[in-house]
Design a protein around this ligand. Structure first.
Ligand SMILES: Nc1ncnc2c1ncn2[C@@H]1O[C@H](COP(=O)(O)OP(=O)(O)OP(=O)(O)O)[C@@H](O)[C@H]1O
Ligand SMILES: [Mg+2]
Length: 205
């Protein structure tokens, strides 16, 4: 039994992650690959409860350290109870956001120390890492304009443009640091053009 592949998709709000996830699931299904779709924060019963704490606007104030720790607490459950067992069975796993988002949002966005995030990554993930990360890159204003019709904004979506610009830069920085794993994809084009770029990457996985 071959171990499955672990694919993550990341990027700022409205980059088109959910849109491309539909394509990827269909593409893999056609190849008879069993793919488990999951998301962060969340992905497990406990993780989804942590997600609600993280994203609810009822959550009054939360320090950035607490936000980071909750992200990694949810991730610990996610990896150990869902992602690893699925990969071990030979299934593939596709996660809507993963650890790179902690570097981008809590690191670049909130200004937490990258070294500290790396310590948590080492603790929780050890050497576990996605086989490939699809980083959908769009200018923040374009991403926002795509999702502006959505009514309710969650606690993190209420952040400023400056915050999201730092997040985008943080993601780009990660892709420069890990160019083999993180594929920087221009997602400012049409959904079809973005899909074409993703297809090229999946073909060589
Ligand atoms: N390349 C694109 N060009 C124009 N519109 C797009 C493109 N990709 C997605 N959209 C549209 O933009 C909106 C947001 O896309 P989507 O929900 O896939 O983004 P997302 O990255 O999942 O956002 P979020 O971070 O909020 O989950 C949707 O209405 C979608 O149809
Ligand atoms: Mg989405």
């Amino acid at each position: 039994m071959h171990r499955g592949k672990f694919i993550t998709i990341d990027g700022v709000e409205g980059a088109g992650k959910s849109t491309q996830i539909d394509f990827i699931c269909n593409y893999l299904a056609k190849k008879n690959i069993n793919v488990i779709l999951t998301r962060e924060p969340g992905g497990t019963e406990l993780g989804e409860k942590i997600r609600a704490l993280l994203l609810s606007t009822d959550t009054q104030s939360m320090s950035s350290d607490t936000e980071l720790l909750l992200m990694f607490a949810a991730r610990n459950e996610h990896i150990k109870t869902k992602i690893m067992p699925a990969l071990d069975k030979g299934d593939w796993v596709l996660s809507d956001r993963f650890t790179d988002a902690s570097y981008a949002y809590q690191g670049a966005g909130r200004g937490l120390s990258i070294e500290r995030i790396a310590q948590l990554e080492k603790w929780v993930l050890q050497d576990f890492t996605p086989d490939v990360t699809l980083l959908l890159d769009v200018p923040v204003a374009l991403g926002m304009s795509r999702v502006k019709f959505r009514g309710h904004k969650d606690r993190i979506e209420l952040e400023t443009n400056d915050f999201f610009n730092r997040v985008r830069d943080g993601y780009i920085e990660r892709s420069k640091q890990f160019p083999k794993r993180i594929k920087l994809i221009d997602a400012s084009t049409t959904p079809e053009q973005t899909t074409e770029q993703i297809k090229t990457i999946l073909q060589i996985l």
